[in-house]
Design a protein around this ligand. Structure first.
Ligand code: CAA
Length: 254
């Protein structure tokens, strides 16, 4: 159902239910939560999430499990998905969704909860819940407008239409298209930040996340506090000294 493997500095979490296009059964969502907790304890510097098989990253919530539930079960289901995906916000390492095929509904919501998204040539994505008489429930109505703006988010959610990778790139929903091997492209993106200190990476992620929720004056106050915290780290002392001494810094996550 789920594979978590380590490859040097990077861990790769693969949704592995290809017979159901890696749809998010509730068991799979819980397993993702457990895997994120496990990866959080590993000595890694990035986490990549992808889907097994040729066709799909993840086709969304497991539609067969969505029927015949009570109101409270429906609410608990949405809260479970939101809670598990929110773990990505606070994971100590940045995360990259490597979108290898369909990323629909909850699948795109999982990708949007990652720090970055890299799309393969076969990637197709959207929030098609409206076609089922539903609306997104694992964060899509909140994260999509933060990524692409209100007008585009409303268009995508109200029409449920499918985007191919180039359009997703143009609107900022994905960061990069992979020209060759998708996992290699995701690892190459990871390689652009894994050499930096985890404290500064975490402070930067935290500051940017707050830019989208706080009024400007409060956001600037937060930035002043978080950037001051960054100065207090040993990595900052090392980075500044290395520049002055014209050498490569050696960050130790301290
Ligand atoms: N849930 C459960 N099973 C799914 C699934 C899903 N979301 N998506 C695909 N599958 C299953 C199919 O039932 C099929 O299984 P069987 O062979 O046993 O019938 C198998 O995966 C292959 O799927 P298709 O035959 O449909 O493959 P396709 O290539 O013809 O179509 C597709 C691919 C366009 C992605 C199509 O499967 C599809 O539209 N899937 C549903 C996408 C969707 O609506 N996702 C949103 C779900 S709701 C949600 O996510 C709510 C939320 O916000 C949390």
């Amino acid at each position: 159902m789920l594979d978590l493997v380590r490859d040097g500095d990077v861990a790769v979490l693969t949704l592995n239910r290809p017979e159901a296009l890696n749809a998010l059964s509730f068991d799979l969502i819980r397993a993702i939560g457990t895997a994120l907790d496990e990866a959080g304890g590993w000595d890694i510097r990035a986490l990549i999430i992808t889907g097994a098989g040729e066709k799909a990253f993840c086709a969304g919530a497991d539609i067969k499990e969505l029927m015949g539930r009570s109101l409270m079960e429906e609410k608990a289901g949405a809260e479970l998905g939101q809670r598990v995906f929110a773990k990505l916000d606070t994971l100590k390492v940045p995360t990259i969704a490597a979108i290898n095929g369909y990323a629909f509904g909850g699948g795109l919501e999982l990708a949007m909860a990652c720090t970055f998204r890299v799309a393969g040539p076969k990637a197709k994505m959207g929030l098609p819940e409206i076609k089922l008489g539903l609306i997104p429930g694992y964060g899509g109505t909140q994260r999509l407008p933060r990524l692409v703006g209100e007008a585009r988010a409303l268009e995508l959610i109200l029409t449920g239409r499918t985007l191919a990778a180039p359009e997703a790139l143009a609107m900022g929903l994905v960061n990069r298209l992979a020209e060759g091997d998708l996992l290699e492209a995701a690892k190459a993106l990871a390689g652009e930040f894994t050499g930096y200190g985890l404290p500064a990476l975490a402070l930067a992620r935290s500051a940017v996340q707050r830019a989208l929720t706080l009024p400007l004056a409060e956001g600037l106050r937060t930035e002043a506090e978080l950037s001051t915290l960054a100065y207090r780290t040993q990595d900052a002392a090392e980075g500044l000294a290395a520049f002055v001494e014209k050498r490569k810094p050696h960050f130790r996550d301290l």
